[in-house]
Design a protein. Structure first.
Length: 290
C-alpha cells in the first residue's frame, strides 16, 4: 500500500466538527467514527473517543518562499481541485492543505458518509449526485462558523456543469472566494491502470463506487460529460491551473506547488495593475472636477 494514511480515526459531531483536525467537516445529527482506510462504522460511545493525530505523508522539499507566497495570495480563499477518478485529488488536496495550513473539504467524503448513514443512494452507481441534493448537503459548509478566517482546499466541489456558479457564490458569501481551480491531467488509460492496482492493494477504503468495472466506467463518462464543461467555465474566468498528474505522488505535489506559485504571481501582478488603473482613473476624475 503506497503512502496511504493507515487506519485514520475521524471524529464528527453536530453541527460542524473538523475531521482530521482542520481537514473535513460534516453536518450531521449524530456522532460517528470513520476509519477512512479500513471501514466506516458508528461510534458506540462518542464521549469516550479521543481523536488520534493523523499520520501524514512526508512532505517533499519545497522552496520556503513559494509556500509563503501562496499563503499570502490565498488569504481566506479557496483552491478547488478536479480530475478524473484516481487522478489523486484527495491525495494532493490533503497534502496541499497541510502545507498551507488550510482546511481540506471533500464533497466525495461528505456525500459517501451521508450515504452510509442514511442509506440514500448518492454515489454508488457512479453517477453524480443530483444537483439539488449536492447543494443541500455540501454548500452550507462554506458558511460554517468553524471555517471563519481559514483558507480552504476543496476536492471537486461542484462537479456537474451549472453547479460552479452556486459554488462560487456560496464560497464568496462565506469569505472563501474560489481563487484557483486545479485540473490534475491524466489519461484514461493511466486511471484504469491505477484502478486495477487499487483493486490489488485494496487501499480505497472499500468504496462502493470503485467495486465494479461498469460503475468505474460510468464515473469516467460522468467526468467527460458533466465535469469537463465546469473546467471550461473556470478557464474562461482565468482561474484554471493545469498540473500533469501522470507521475509519482511527490512529483505531482511539487508540480502543483510550482504551478500555483506561478499562477499566484501572475494574479497578484494583475491585481496590482488593476488597482493602479483604478487609482489613475479616480485621480483623473478628481482633476476634472477641479
Amino acid at each position: 500500500m503506497l503512502e496511504k494514511i493507515a487506519s485514520l480515526d475521524i471524529y464528527l459531531r453536530l453541527p460542524y466538527i473538523p475531521l482530521m483536525p482542520d481537514f473535513y467537516f460534516l453536518k450531521s445529527t449524530f456522532y460517528v467514527k470513520i476509519l477512512t482506510i479500513m471501514n466506516i462504522a458508528p461510534l458506540s460511545n462518542p464521549k469516550d473517543f479521543v481523536p488520534q493525530d493523523p499520520i501524514v505523508p512526508e512532505q517533499p522539499q519545497q522552496a520556503p518562499g513559494k509556500i509563503d507566497y501562496i499563503k499570502k495570495w490565498l488569504g481566506t480563499g479557496s483552491i478547488n481541485i478536479f480530475g478524473l477518478p484516481m487522478s489523486g485529488k484527495d491525495t494532493v488536496g490533503q497534502r496541499l492543505a497541510e502545507a498551507l495550513g488550510a482546511v481540506f473539504l471533500s464533497s466525495g467524503l461528505i456525500l459517501r458518509t451521508v450515504e452510509e448513514q442514511t442509506k440514500e443512494k448518492l454515489t454508488e452507481s457512479g453517477q453524480l449526485t443530483p444537483t439539488d441534493r449536492f447543494r443541500e448537503i455540501v454548500l452550507p459548509y462554506f458558511s460554517s462558523p468553524e471555517l471563519n478566517g481559514k483558507s480552504l482546499v476543496l476536492s471537486s466541489i461542484g462537479r456537474w456543469y451549472g453547479e460552479e456558479d452556486a459554488v462560487m457564490e456560496a464560497a464568496e458569501n462565506g469569505n472563501h472566494e474560489i481563487k484557483a481551480v486545479i485540473s490534475l491531467d491524466i489519461s484514461e488509460q493511466d486511471v484504469r491502470d491505477r484502478w486495477q492496482s487499487a483493486k490489488v492493494l485494496n487501499d480505497r477504503g472499500g468504496r462502493t463506487d470503485d467495486e465494479r468495472p461498469e460503475v468505474f466506467e460510468t464515473r469516467l463518462n460522468e467526468f467527460k460529460d458533466k465535469t469537463l464543461p465546469v473546467l471550461t467555465h473556470y478557464n474562461s474566468l482565468n482561474k484554471l491551473v493545469r498540473v500533469k498528474a501522470d507521475a509519482t505522488r511527490d512529483a505531482v505535489f511539487e508540480s502543483t506547488i510550482d504551478a500555483l506559485y506561478d499562477f499566484a504571481m501572475r494574479d497578484l501582478v494583475a491585481q496590482e495593475q488593476a488597482r493602479q488603473a483604478d487609482a489613475a482613473l479616480a485621480n483623473g476624475h478628481n482633476g476634472n472636477r477641479r
